[in-house]
Design a protein around this ligand. Structure first.
Ligand code: IPE
Ligand code: IPE
Ligand code: MG
Length: 246
């Protein structure tokens, strides 16, 4: 049976989040500049987005640029922003064809104005698409998002809009930029690094983690199928015993 055929379509993760890592090492391995790897990485984004949408995944969140990535050499940061602007514009027809809605999380104020403009236009144009939501994490870090939420909660307590006693798991979730996105059932990281790198810390409390040595530019639809099959073979207990689940 093909890998895709082994997937139980009734038990797909509703939300898959991916830490797309390894573009630089992939390029180096080819004797090329890092930015070449980022260009190749965009091809993977396209393939994985289309495959996830076709499968019936409802939310796909891609970690594209972290708060910490601003500390990279200026030339690389500029190249990544440039790539982002061009890709969003170029891939609009792909999003429309596949009924995909574009969304973004992160510190939008820190993005170059051209990038923000294209992003907002794409969000606007795709806002009625109902197949899958593609969430780009841009200038995002989980600790930044949690700090923003805490500031808003503090000012709402101060103004009397909410009471201190009302602060619980649900309320905090509502103040995060991911408030209208369900928590990811599956988190994938490519390139062999075994860390979270400040991605969705609150939201992945009970996510299944899948690490692969495959570098992002080499991550194919088949690799996505493998991750989903692996996920479907796990038992999600949420603190209960195995016997309680049956
Ligand atoms: C991931 O690839 C893309 C971004 C973080 C923007 P990297 O650029 O981190 O590639 P490696 O990890 O150096 O190989
Ligand atoms: C994580 O990759 C961020 C993105 C994929 C956007 P990094 O390459 O920045 O992570 P570290 O530095 O290896 O932890
Ligand atoms: Mg990296």
């Amino acid at each position: 049976m093909t890998l895709e055929g082994q997937i139980n379509k009734e038990r797909l993760p509703r939300h898959i989040a991916i830490i797309m890592d390894g573009n630089g090492r992939w390029a180096k391995g080819q004797g090329k500049f890092r930015v070449f790897g980022h260009h190749k990485g965009v091809d993977t984004v396209k393939e994985i987005t289309e495959t996830a949408a076709e499968l019936g995944v409802k939310y796909l969140t891609l970690y594209a640029f972290s708060t910490e990535n601003w500390n990279r050499p200026k030339a690389e940061v500029n190249a990544l922003m440039d790539l982002l602007v061009k890709t969003i514009k170029r891939e609009m027809p792909t999003l429309m064809k596949n009924n995909i809605r574009l969304d973004a999380i992160g510190n939008m104020d820190s993005l170059p104005s051209k990038c923000l403009k294209n992003l907002n236009e794409a969000k606007e144009l795709t806002c009625n698409n109902s197949g899958m939501t593609l969430v780009l994490a841009l200038s995002y870090s989980a600790k930044w998002d949690i700090c923003e939420a805490v500031k808003k909660i503090a000012s709402d307590v101060q103004s009397g809009a909410i009471k201190k006693e009302e602060i619980d798991n649900n309320l905090i979730t509502k103040y995060l930029s991911t408030h209208d996105i369900p928590e990811p059932e599956l988190l994938i990281r490519t390139s062999g690094e075994l860390r979270i790198s400040n991605f969705l810390l609150w939201e992945i409390a009970y996510s299944e983690l899948y690490f692969t040595d495959v570098l992002w530019p080499d991550f194919s639809s088949e690799e996505l199928f493998k991750a989903i099959i692996d996920y479907q073979n796990r038992e999600r207990r949420f603190g209960k015993t195995s016997e309680q689940l049956t």
